[in-house]
Design a protein around this ligand. Structure first.
Ligand SMILES: Cc1cc2nc3c(=O)[nH]c(=O)nc-3n(C[C@H](O)[C@H](O)[C@H](O)COP(=O)(O)O)c2cc1C
Length: 409
């Protein structure tokens, strides 16, 4: 279990309302507790129909609050004002159409609403409802009113809904909500540096076609590259993301170009690079590609078969050759042996300003994980070691280092 420094002792009010997606808040509660946050669950009375307070109290390690009065006989009551002041963040998820309407109009007919109206901390809300409900003008107006007044919307996803219909309205996944909150903490250290910076970023694997149905690829998930891209977008940079196939979700402000092969990634990179201040080359680009791509599916014939491979363009090295003053290139190295020596060699050969080294030997680091442990090496040979952290935190460490290097090459 890892406790991430940014989450340690952060106080979260998780306000759950009566939507079918309420059960997903068990997963989110676990994620928050595992990360080191303190969680106080507040439920609307309707939410009890969908998920039990017992489960949430157990997972959050805290009794769940629903009623104004804690004990009618003794007259003890739950102090909504104190709770509202206690929290660092209030998250309302799922937020029903009903609760959104109450929030937008200042109604206060349950404890959850009283806490919302008393909260001085940032408020996030994640609506979830059927697609027609979500499209209704009154729901749209309520959401718009809430965001205009500074509440943070975590938009619903597109997908299958409890009604069986397909569309927009599905609660954002707990992992996504968690990342949104994490990005919020990180963006609190905002500097103006990124506001006028154009950054190109490559991420994910490439696919080298053998025939129309087969390809050569690697295990890269794109998680690290997307985490950096999303964080940079939040900091105000103009981000051009050139992405190989990946399941990750890019911030709405990112200009994204989807590619498949190393050659396509190379052409897209070489086109945008001259206009960029910074190039972050986080993609795991295939070094070789089949010399010939069969136009029809290759049939099984003999016992063994051979595919002749040729080198793909070395994107990082090519960009390194045309790099001008005022541009800064950052590379990544994933090594299995002689890590430091190999990474330093790569830094020189490819004319990087910084190289981020992650080791496959560290548990929790590398492909597909949500965590990473990195070292950053600069041209002066200085090596910085970082602890195992979430990829969002690692992204911020890398971003901080790039900012320093750019200003002080
Ligand atoms: C099975 C079922 C599922 C529901 N799912 C949702 C939903 O996903 N989103 C929503 O806005 N309302 C949903 N509702 C309606 C709300 O439960 C209802 O509006 C309730 O008054 C909400 O109260 P609250 O906002 O105080 O929790 C659902 C109702 C039922 C019976």
């Amino acid at each position: 279990m890892h406790t991430f420094s940014m989450w340690k002792n952060k106080k979260i009010i998780l306000a759950i309302t009566g939507g079918i997606a309420a059960y997903k808040m068990t997963t989110l509660t676990r994620l928050l507790i595992k990360a080191g946050a303190q969680v106080q669950v507040v439920m609307s009375p309707e939410a009890h129909t969908f998920v039990t307070p017992l489960t949430l109290a157990t997972l959050s390690k805290n009794p769940v609050l629903t009623d104004f009065q804690a004990d009618k006989r003794s007259g003890t009551w739950n102090n909504h004002v104190e709770l509202g002041l206690w929290a660092d963040i209030m998250l309302i998820a799922p937020a029903t159409a009903n609760t959104l309407a109450k929030m937008a109009n200042g109604l206060c007919d349950n404890l959850l609403m009283a806490v919302y109206l008393s909260a001085r901390c940032p408020v996030f809300f994640a609506p979830a409802m059927d697609l027609d409900m979500y499209q209704h003008f009154s729901v749209k107006q309520n959401i718009s009113k809430l965001t205009t007044h500074g509440n943070h919307l975590i938009p619903p996803a597109y997908g299958e809904l409890a009604s069986g219909l397909k569309g927009e309205g599905r609660l954002a996944e707990p992992e996504y909500i968690f990342k949104e909150l994490e990005n919020y903490w990180l963006s609190q250290n905002k500097s103006d540096f990124w506001k006028d910076k154009k950054v190109m970023l490559t991420a994910g694997p490439t696919r080298e076609a053998i025939d129309p149905v087969r390809f050569i690829s690697n295990h890269s998930s794109g998680k690290m590259g997307y985490a950096i891209a999303n964080q940079l977008a939040k900091l105000g940079a103009e981000v051009h993301l050139i992405s190989g196939p990946s399941q990750e979700v890019a911030d709405g402000n990112i200009k994204i170009k989807q590619v498949e092969s190393a050659q396509e990634m190379y052409l897209a990179s070489i086109k945008i690079f001259p206009q960029c201040h910074i190039a972050i080359l986080a993609a795991a680009v295939s070094d070789y590609t089949p010399a010939e791509k069969a136009t029809k599916k290759i049939k099984k014939k003999s016992e063994d078969m051979h595919i002749s491979l040729i080198k793909t363009p070395d994107i990082a090295a090519e960009l390194g050759k045309i790099k001008k003053q005022g541009q800064c290139n950052i590379g990544f190295a994933l090594e299995t042996d002689n890590e430091l020596k190999n990474a330093q060699g790569k830094l020189e050969r490819k004319n990087f300003d910084l190289i981020v080294l992650n080791s496959l030997q560290d548990a929790g680091a590398g492909f597909g994980h949500d965590t990473n442990r990195i070292k950053i090496i600069d041209r002066k040979g200085q090596i910085q070691n970082f602890a195992l952290k979430s990829k969002a935190e690692v992204a911020q460490d890398i971003i901080n280092q790039i900012e320093k290097t750019y200003q002080n090459p």
